[in-house]
Structure formats: structure tokens, C-alpha cells
Design a protein around this ligand. Structure first.
Ligand code: NDP
Length: 333
């Protein structure tokens, strides 16, 4: 079995990842670490976790095989490096770190330690996105020309904390959502972005100079151009993902979500077809792939390198918004 230690008494672990680990036949949660001993104990009790600790050292010395890191973003780097040094596999939340240089350090450390490092880009595990990727790879829309991603949401009140107040913790919508859009575009298109131009805004929710809305235009290696919209402040917007090709269009609705929801429609000269896809829980599939990777079978659904790519892309979007110029994307891989 794989014994997990949770680094961070977080909302995402409570809402999705604890269940996803327990959904595996060989997954077990051994301990949780919080910087506050009281929060660690309360979190362990509420979630039926046998042990609660308040230092990373204590967690890494306990009988665990892997850590799931879901602390605020500025903490991921040091926590992942310490876990790798201790020989524990690491599933880390996105963004991997605050800078792409730090993310590269994490990937190098994982390689040196011989541990598996994954980035928790859950959308790669969505049946909808996998169906789109397969349809494109099979040539069903001909040559891809352009893509549009609609991923502007309303940040729930219980999450209106560090994301909109703490730049030093990696707040802002670009590190929160643009990283996912960059990764999902790479995954669905099977292509890498070369360049981005972006505008950001503070539409009234985020403070401390942080952005709560972004629109990005991406150029991919194949020549595809894409646009993406990320936001925290749009209460009534739908999400979606479209890819338009020479012979067809894929139009997915309500698919930029944590749930296995939404629909994917293929429109060609023959008419319209709803694509069917599996409805497995996204986070559970992420865990299944990760456990297989630990056993030497395949890779996590998003690797550390994928995490470097998405963070490099988000970093370039922020640089573009600040400079008013298009910025090249070079993950230095
Ligand atoms: P939370 O704000 O819920 O948790 C982050 C940290 O905040 C915790 O580790 C905890 O620190 C601290 N914290 C939590 N509750 C309190 C409290 N009541 N008082 C003081 N501190 C508290 O963050 P999220 O779960 O929303 O996000 C965590 C990470 O996961 C981020 O990196 C984020 O980007 C990522 N994420 C990824 C998603 C995905 O689908 N891939 C979705 C949502 C988030 P401590 O551990 O020390 O107690």
C-alpha cells in the first residue's frame, strides 16, 4: 500500500484529495501536518486521520511513502525539496513554486533522489479533456487552427483569503487558474506554447496589487493561436473549452471544473455529435496514475516537467501584463 502524509491542512485536501487517496485500493492516509498543532489535531479528528504533526521533519520521519503538498504556494519549494531528500514521493499542488527556476530545482531534486514528482493539474484527468485530445489526435477536426478557453469563475467566499490578499504566498488569478489553462491547452492540443500576450485587471475583489482577472493570447509551435480568460469575480459566467480546426470544431461546455461534468460536441460537415466520455472522479484518477508511477508503470498524469511548463507560461503572462509586450515562453527543459 502507499502511505500518504498530507502537508497542509487545506481545503482542497478536505474536499477532494482525502477521498481520492482513500478511493484507491492501496491508498492510506497516515498523517497530516499543519503549522498549527491545534489545527493539525482538529483536522486529523474531523477527517479520521490517525496522526497529526506540526513540523515537516516529524512528518518525514514517520512511516510514510509519499506526501501530498497543498500548502500556500510559497511553501511548496522547500517542502518538496525536504520530502525528496527524505526519499518520499511528492504529489505537489500547482503552481509548483513561485518561479519557474524554483520549479526546475524541484524537478532536478526529484530526479536526483529517484522519487516520483507529480503536479496536481486535475483537468488532464477529466474525461471531457481526454476525449478532446483523442479526437484531435485522431484528426477528427482536421488541422487545429484556434482554441478558446473560458475559465472565469467566482471565487467562493470560503476561499477569499490568501489568493486575493497575499502576493508573497503566490496569490492572484494567474498563478491560480492560468497555470491550469496553460496546462490543459498543452494537453488537449498536444502542443507547446511559444509566446503569450496578456492583460490583467483588478476588478474589485483582489487587493495588494494582485490581479483577479486575466485575458491571455497564446501562440503554439504548430501555429495554433489560443485565447484564455481567467477570473475570480464573474458570478454568472459559464466555463468552456473550444478547439476549431480545418474540418471540424470541438465545443465543450462546463468542463473547466473540479467535477467530472460538462459536455463535448463535435461539429463537422456531417453534423453535430455529442462525444461520450468517462465520468471518473478527476482527483481519483490522478491518484491512480500516481500510484502506478510509484510502481514503475507510466508517469503521473501531469509530471514535474508539465508543472515547469505551466508555471513558465503563467510567469510569462504576468511579465506580459506588466510590460505591455508579448513574452516568449521557454521552460529551459
Ligand atoms: P487553503 O487556504 O484551504 O489551505 C492552504 C493553507 O492555509 C493550509 O495548508 C493551512 O496551513 C492554511 N490554513 C487553512 N485554514 C486555515 C485557517 N482557518 N487559519 C489559518 N490558516 C489556515 O488552500 P486551498 O486548499 O484552497 O489551496 C491549497 C493549494 O492547493 C494551493 O497551492 C492551491 O493552488 C492548490 N489548489 C489546487 C486545486 C486543484 O484543483 N488542483 C484546487 C484548489 C487549490 P497549515 O497547513 O499550516 O494549517
Amino acid at each position: 500500500s502507499v502511505r500518504w502524509g498530507l502537508v497542509g491542512a487545506s481545503t482542497i485536501a478536505r474536499q477532494f484529495m482525502i477521498n481520492a487517496i482513500r478511493a484507491q485500493s492501496d491508498g492510506e492516509i497516515a498523517a497530516v501536518m499543519s503549522s498549527s498543532p491545534e489545527r493539525a489535531t482538529a483536522y486529523a479528528r474531523e477527517n479520521g486521520i490517525p496522526a497529526a504533526v506540526s513540523t515537516l521533519d516529524a512528518l518525514l520521519k514517520s512511516d510514510i511513502d509519499a506526501v501530498y503538498i497543498s500548502t500556500t504556494n510559497e511553501l511548496h519549494l522547500e517542502q518538496a525539496l525536504a520530502a525528496a531528500r527524505a526519499g518520499k514521493h511528492v504529489l505537489c499542488e500547482k503552481p509548483l513554486a513561485l518561479t519557474s527556476a524554483d520549479a526546475r530545482t524541484m524537478v532536478a531534486a526529484a530526479r536526483a533522489a529517484g522519487i516520483v514528482l507529480g503536479t496536481n493539474h486535475h483537468l488532464r484527468n477529466a474525461g471531457a479533456h481526454r476525449a478532446m485530445r483523442e479526437a484531435i489526435a485522431a484528426g477528427r477536426i482536421g488541422k487545429p487552427i484556434a482554441a478558446r478557453v473560458f475559465h472565469s469563475v467566482y471565487l467562493p467566499e470560503n476561499l477569499q483569503g490568501w489568493r486575493i490578499t497575499r502576493p508573497e504566498a503566490g496569490g492572484g488569478v494567474v498563478l491560480d487558474i492560468t497555470v491550469h489553462d496553460a496546462d490543459t491547452l498543452r494537453f488537449v492540443l498536444g502542443d507547446d506554447p511559444l509566446e503569450v500576450s496578456a492583460f490583467t485587471q483588478s476588478a474589485g475583489m483582489a487587493g495588494s496589487g494582485l490581479e483577479d482577472g486575466a485575458m491571455c493570447i497564446w501562440r503554439f509551435k504548430s501555429g495554433v493561436i489560443a485565447q484564455s480568460h481567467e477570473g475570480f469575480t464573474t458570478k454568472f459566467a459559464d466555463t468552456g473549452f473550444e478547439v476549431h480546426g480545418s474540418d471540424g470544431s470541438l465545443i465543450a461546455s462546463n468542463v473547466m471544473t473540479q467535477k467530472p461534468a460538462g459536455s463535448v460536441m463535435l461539429r463537422t460537415a456531417k453534423g453535430e455529435e455529442q462525444l461520450s466520455f468517462d465520468r471518473e472522479d478527476l482527483y481519483s484518477r490522478s491518484l491512480r496514475q500516481f500510484h502506478a508511477a510509484i510502481r514503475g508503470k507510466g508517469q503521473p498524469s501531469a509530471t514535474g516537467e508539465d508543472g515547469i511548463w505551466s508555471l513558465t507560461a503563467a510567469e510569462a503572462a504576468l511579465q506580459s501584463a506588466n510590460s505591455g509586450k508579448a513574452v516568449k515562453i521557454d521552460p529551459k527543459l
